[in-house]
Design a protein around this ligand. Sequence first.
Ligand code: AMP
Length: 185
Amino acid sequence: MPEHDPGRSREALKALIRTVPDFPSKGIQFRDITTLIADANGLSATIDRLAAMASDLRVDKIAGIEARGFIFGTAVALRLGVGFVPIRKAGKLPVDCLEESYALEYGEARVELDPSIIDSGQHVLVVDDLLATGGTALAASRLLRRAGATVNDALFVVDLPELGGAASLKAEGIASHSMIAFDGH
Ligand code: AMP
């Protein structure tokens, strides 16, 4: 398929994602979006699809999770004409911030938010590249809710359904929306 062919199918976009076995640890199939965003049509078709999915939702702001959520979240925010909220890794923000720790598919992490950039009751859509166990998106959603946001939805390029992230988000009142899914871990 030519690089600038419009309207690439989900299957064609899925084929642009590189799978790296045993990274960052044995047994993990790392779904690497580097190869998707390096492809001009792959990038624009992905943003088209994510923006179309988001346009069905009430969105006052988009929150992207560092770092890959920044790539997709910012682009979708531009398409929707809304502001962007960075959910940062620990220790990056220069102001007082809220913190949440959580377990990853591999390891532990902490995310932080500057609560002053959220207006009470704003509907915030959480965006990240990939939904695995849901721990990262839930930590981001908890931060946003503590800052006064309404968080009803989260949007991903990739879902790994076998890891149960969608169910974990649903249990906390958050609907997940994903462009494509991969079997396995
Ligand atoms: P989780 O918190 O388990 O839903 O993990 C989601 C976060 O970890 C996302 O920010 C992903 O970028 C990253 N991640 C987890 N598992 C994978 C995987 N198999 N391939 C690529 N990224 C992953």
